[in-house]
Design a protein around this ligand. Structure first.
Ligand code: ZN
Length: 313
């Protein structure tokens, strides 16, 4: 019975005591295994609850992300709708203005009752340079096939009704580069229908002038960009209410469209012509303002600027 077992015997005056060593170790091993199993079980329970919590958080995250995406979509939808409404408002304002001129309420030739005579002899070279830099002049395209529709009243090619054409249309090949006609800041640059204008760039210039470049294929600038005269801003296309690739170029003064042809044909060689052709701008007052601005610049700077400009042109 006691084969292969180690048995200790302790003797004392009161008798003998036996200790079964292998039983002792057996107990220790059982305790140890129980301990390890409890730890494994504990880790398993903790891990399981962590996994549950993580998957719960993941679900919540997905749900929030979905919600966020929906809000984002709604936001961009609303922004688009606002942009379209703004364009429509501008178009409606145009239509009202056209109607007003048709029934004679708003006579565009009244030139705001301002002094229209310009003292040509007093215009300096620097004033001319200043004006040709900041006020729209020249063509927005280096080349185009023909003027397909001039500024003024016309039978609209798509709707077949008589209406005011607010700009000059130049038939071009698609993707012809479009250039800014004066220094300014991009006020609007957007793809889409835009009330029929299609993809359009609008530039805010100094002294109340604005230019529109419409039916574009693509845009090379963004809202807020400052641009110089002659800078590439876009490429022509056939977007919006357009029946073939062309650029619709519009010049505006104080929010009203004026004859863009006068401004396209305007350059240094015929500098004075615009004063007779365009009666909606108080040119003398503008020249005086520009003269005052120039006089505030010290003489050396004026000279170096003149030199710079003559080198550039
Ligand atoms: Zn047009």
């Amino acid at each position: 019975m006691y084969k292969d077992r180690l048995i200790f015997m302790i003797s004392s005056p009161y008798g003998h005591k036996y200790y079964n060593i292998s039983l002792f170790f057996k107990n220790i091993i059982i305790y140890f295994i129980t301990f390890i199993l409890s730890i494994i079980f504990f880790i398993f329970v903790v891990l399981h609850s962590f996994t549950m919590e993580i998957s719960d958080i993941e679900n919540k995250y997905k749900f929030i992300q979905k919600d966020y995406q929906a809000l984002l979509n709604k936001h961009s939808d609303l922004s688009n709708q606002i942009a379209i409404k703004q364009e429509e408002t501008i178009l409606v304002a145009d239509k009202i203005e056209d109607l007003e001129s048709a029934i004679g309420i708003n006579d565009n030739t009244q030139n705001y009752g301002l002094k229209s005579r310009v003292e040509l002899a007093s215009i300096t070279g620097l004033q001319k340079l200043f004006i040709m830099k900041f006020i729209p002049n020249g063509y927005p395209l280096e080349k185009f096939n023909r003027i397909s529709s001039p500024y003024g009243y016309r039978i609209h090619p798509l709707s077949n009704t008589k209406e005011m054409h607010t700009g000059t249309d130049m038939a071009t090949d698609k993707n012809t580069p479009v250039y800014a006609t004066a220094d300014g800041v991009i006020d609007f640059a957007k793809d889409g229908w835009n009330g029929g204008y299609g993809t359009i760039v609008k530039i805010d210039h100094s002294f109340g002038f604005k230019t529109y470049y419409a039916h574009l294929n693509s845009i090379a600038v963004k809202r807020g960009d400052f641009v110089r005269k002659g800078q590439l801003i876009a490429y022509t296309g056939n977007t919006g209410a357009s029946s073939g690739p062309h650029l619709h170029y519009e010049v505006r003064f104080l929010g009203s469209h004026i004859n863009s042809k006068n401004f396209m044909e305007w350059d240094m060689s015929n500098f004075d012509k615009i004063f007779q052709k365009e009666k909606n701008v108080a040119w003398q007052s503008l020249l005086t303002t520009i003269n005052n601005l120039i006089q505030q610049i010290p003489m050396e700077q004026q000279l170096s600027r003149l030199e710079q400009n003559s080198k550039e042109s």
